[in-house]
Design a protein around this ligand. Structure first.
Ligand SMILES: NC(=O)c1ccc[n+]([C@@H]2O[C@H](COP(=O)([O-])OP(=O)(O)OC[C@H]3O[C@@H](n4cnc5c(N)ncnc54)[C@H](OP(=O)(O)O)[C@@H]3O)[C@@H](O)[C@H]2O)c1
Length: 217
């Protein structure tokens, strides 16, 4: 059997952290961007398992695809990646619908309201893709093999396809998280705002070294 293949649509800190993480764990990786030149320096550090391509090349390449782009353009980026390339694939959606307007008292503004979510919009746009919310409320520095004194952080996931959630959960566990499945895509309405909460100590006090853990009795 060949190595597992992941295509990452996006080139920012999340794409770079996850790209390097997948490569470290033996996956073949294509990172997609509109501007491949800007990743030359990063690629040199990320190892031989990583190639740089377009959004389309990344989407086509991966048996799993990660979407890690600016939330306000995520629908555009998904379209640019080619909805057809995502048919039947698990798409890990790390995006948050953060508005361009400045945070208020450390609280990010979102472009979505409480009874909707970015992931539901993306799922509607690509009905044959199998979106799973993941890696959306943990800082990029802690996405791969996080070490916290309290043990493994929790990765909250959700999505409409049970098999894709299993696939996503396996990735999250491989990356050092315990997984808590919150149900269907509608649960993204609750998971996406966790990133607002996660960012408050960062924006207010420049403290970014925390993660969520669900404690169960
Ligand atoms: N930063 C974190 O620690 C963190 C943690 C959890 C979740 N997230 C979420 O993960 C996502 C990625 O975050 P990030 O900080 O890595 O990067 P980002 O700066 O939010 O997004 C960068 C990506 O967005 C793409 N992009 C920007 N404008 C675009 C446009 N007009 N059309 C198409 N694509 C466009 C860029 O494309 P090019 O490659 O072509 O430049 C790039 O790939 C965000 O939704 C963020 O909320 C971030």
């Amino acid at each position: 059997m060949g190595k597992p293949r992941v295509g990452i649509v996006g080139s920012g800190t999340v794409a770079q952290a996850l790209g390097a993480g997948f490569a470290k764990k033996g996956w073949e990786v294509v990172v997609g961007t509109r501007d491949p030149g800007k990743l030359a320096g990063w690629k040199a550090t990320a190892g031989p398992g990583v190639r740089i391509g377009s959004f389309q090349e990344a989407a086509k390449f991966g048996s799993i695809v990660v979407l890690a782009v600016k939330g306000t353009v995520a629908e555009q980026a998904l379209q640019a990646a080619g909805i057809d390339h995502l048919k039947g694939k698990t798409v890990l959606d790390a995006c948050n619908p953060i508005a361009d307007a400045a945070p208020e008292d450390g609280v990010l503004r979102y472009v979505t309201g409480p009874n909707e979510s970015l992931m539901e919009k993306l799922q509607k746009l690509a009905p044959e893709a199998r979106l799973v919310k993941a890696f959306s409320c943990i800082g990029s520095h802690f996405m791969v093999d996080p070490k916290f004194p309290g043990g493994k952080p929790t990765m909250f996931i959700c999505g409409d396809d049970a098999n894709s959630k299993k696939e996503a959960a396996a990735v999250c566990e491989e990356f050092g998280f315990e997984v808590s499945d919150m149900g269907t895509a509608k649960a993204a309405r609750a998971i996406e705002p966790l990133a607002m909460l996660w960012c408050i100590p960062g924006i207010r006090e420049n403290s970014w070294t925390h993660a969520f853990k669900l404690l169960q009795a």
